[in-house]
Write a new protein. Structure first.
Length: 308
């Protein structure tokens, strides 16, 4: 890691606090940018001031999704030339990617750094014929932030970029990373439960991708017992990954690979420090995930397949 590295974390909700804590543990000098009063020093209320006064090498954008575009525009206007990590999703909707001078520009889909997914990717790269894949993620939104009213979080508000398609878009990102770009898809979902939110709380997508003829993805805010699972069938193997239990099962043979949530964030930041994009999601790939989200919404509203 470069010596005397300085970072600015924009936003100090749960994810911003995690980034600030981990970077501090890694020996990075950290300043927080937040409009609210926060118990972190140094603290700036405005990104422009932080760029001028703190002069960071690395900026992490971790505020509400609806504000990401504004923060990136500020970085471009101030001619920032360091590394930028934007929390997922990149924006709340598809935009033209702006020209910038960033030395590295990535989206924080840190599950790409999970050793179980890296192991799965190696297995799939060697598979001769991929047949089906199923991805399932679900957990109960009111349990996410025990000290907060879930109805007041950005997850509950579509105007702030909430909803399972964007909130749980890790699954969409690593699906495209593992199985290739989609060729056609159909989807069903929306706000289906009694949760007091105006964002979508459940979605199912079925797609044909570059490397997989039948891929299904289900995501929800509703499972009282959290689930995060992947199953894949090839001509040679049946592979099951459980990201809650930290296990991978190949043809019935179970192996446990322990990784804490912090581990994937640490690996992500270290990849940024090294300038190695292999396990990182580029802005262009992040935009592809947004295009997938918008295609799913179009399919659900029109009850049709969407094709490329």
């Amino acid at each position: 890691m470069p010596s005397h590295l300085r970072a600015s974390v924009v936003g100090y909700g749960s994810i911003g606090r995690r980034h600030a804590r981990i970077l501090d543990d890694l020996g990075v000098e950290v300043a927080v940018v937040s409009r609210r009063f926060v118990s972190f020093t140094p603290h700036y209320s405005d990104l422009t001031i932080a760029l001028s006064d703190w002069q960071p090498d690395y900026v992490i954008v971790a505020n509400e999704t609806s504000l990401h575009e504004r923060e990136i525009e500020t970085l471009i206007r101030e001619k920032f030339e360091g590394s930028v990590l934007v929390e997922k999703p990149l924006f709340d909707q598809v935009h033209k990617l702006p020209d910038h001078r960033f030395s590295l520009a990535v989206v924080a889909y840190n599950l790409r750094c999970h050793p179980l997914l890296k192991r799965l990717k190696l297995l799939l790269d060697d598979a001769s014929n991929l047949i089906t894949a199923n991805i399932y993620v679900g957990s109960y939104l009111p349990d996410w932030r025990p000290n907060s009213d879930y109805r007041q979080t950005y997850s509950a508000k579509s105007a702030l970029g909430g909803g399972v398609l964007r909130d749980l878009s890790h699954e969409l990102d690593y699906a495209l990373w593992l199985f290739g770009s989609w060729q056609r898809l159909t989807a069903f979902g929306g706000h289906l439960s009694s949760l007091e939110i105006d964002s979508d709380d459940a979605y199912t997508l079925l797609m044909e991708t570059q490397h997989c003829p039948m891929l299904s993805i289900h995501m929800n805010y509703l499972d009282r017992a959290p689930r995060r699972e992947i199953s894949v069938t090839t001509d040679e193997h049946t592979i099951r990954v459980n990201l809650i239990e930290n296990t991978i099962e190949i043809d019935g043979n179970l192996e446990r690979i322990i990784a804490s949530q912090d581990d994937t964030y640490i690996a992500e930041h270290k990849a940024v420090f090294s300038g190695n994009p292999e396990d990182l999601c580029s802005f262009e790939e992040g935009m592809e995930t947004l295009a997938t989200i918008e295609a799913a919404e179009l399919s659900a509203s029109s009850h049709t397949w969407v094709t490329r």
